[in-house]
Design a binder for this molecule. Structure first.
Ligand code: SF4
Ligand code: SF4
Length: 280
């Protein structure tokens, strides 16, 4: 009974204190990094694509997982929002903390993805937590090195997501920049398999609109869109803005300048984010 309650107690405790630099929130992030994250990702992957797949296939198990585990984690525990490459480069420029890089926690957890491994770029309180939890895995990166790695990841078709630890209406603890792919990123898979109401990610600020006069209908952007937000209609791409999470991959691959990323949503997690989620 106590063990079942423990995660909820930790989440609640983290929300009583909103300052990300508080000893409590830093300790919770360390505990998450050291003891919770990898087993949780491994379990989640297995529940969707591995031996425990029946959990996501079975209607009752799905319902219980969504309501009792995944939705609370996505809303209050740990979630992510996608950012286009230019915004991540700016985020790195704006960092006052050190930056460190280590192996992607998802790819380590399930070992089923062939993309590059060293893509987990911790920032702010994430640096202290992860370098302490995994001292042999993480190394400090100079700012220019970090920016080069972001560009390399984008060129390899990875999109960036900034993860938030214990998001509250009062503050954001952005602790890691991940470089994600559809076969590696477990939070992305959870969002796809269980839906936005099952495992909510934060929609990025941008929506990718098509510039009809430049679009040649080649379909390159359709192939890379992780959320399948793009479809070809009469030779021009139509975008479902409700599905677009603003990762910017489509704009990066379009050789004709046919995608315009427009900032249409507030930068999360603002109070509006939590209000939207509780209303959904
Ligand atoms: S990649 Fe560019 S040109 Fe090709 S379909 Fe997409 S928007 Fe149109
Ligand atoms: S349309 Fe797809 S690829 Fe383009 S920004 Fe939106 S989610 Fe990303």
């Amino acid at each position: 009974m106590y063990r079942a309650l423990e995660p909820s107690v930790l989440l609640l405790a983290g929300h009583l204190v909103t300052d990300e630099q508080s000893a409590l929130r830093k300790a919770l992030l360390y505990i998450f990094a050291r003891y919770i994250e990898i087993p949780m990702l491994r379990f989640a992957y297995s529940g969707m694509r591995g031996r425990l797949r029946f959990l996501s296939d079975n209607t009752l198990a799905r319902f219980l997982l969504k309501r009792l585990v995944l939705q609370p984690i996505g809303l209050r525990g740990d979630t992510a929002h996608p950012l286009p490459t230019a915004d991540v480069l700016k985020l790195i420029d704006d960092q006052t903390s050190a930056i460190a890089v280590g192996p992607c926690r998802c790819r380590v957890a399930h070992g089923q993805c062939r993309h590059r491994l060293e893509t987990d770029m911790v920032i702010r309180t994430g640096v202290e937590a992860f370098t302490k939890a995994w001292p042999h895995d993480y190394r400090e990166l100079a700012r220019d090195e970090a920016k080069r790695l972001i560009e390399v990841c984008a060129d390899e078709g990875l999109w960036h997501m900034v993860f938030l630890h214990l998001p509250t209406a009062a503050g954001a603890n952005e602790y890691v920049i991940c470089n994600c792919c559809t076969d590696g990123c477990v939070p992305f898979m959870l969002n796809k398999v269980f839906g936005q109401d099952g495992f909510p990610l934060v929609r990025g600020e941008h929506v990718a609109h098509t510039l009809a006069d430049r679009c040649r209908g080649c379909g390159d952007c359709l192939a890379v869109c992780p959320w399948e937000a793009r479809t070809l209609v009469d030779g021009v791409v139509a975008v479902d803005s409700d599905k677009c999470f603003g990762c910017g991959l489509c704009a990066r691959v379009c050789r004709n300048g046919g995608v315009s990323l427009v900032r249409e949503r507030p930068r999360p997690p603002l109070r509006t984010y939590l209000e939207q989620k509780s209303a959904s």
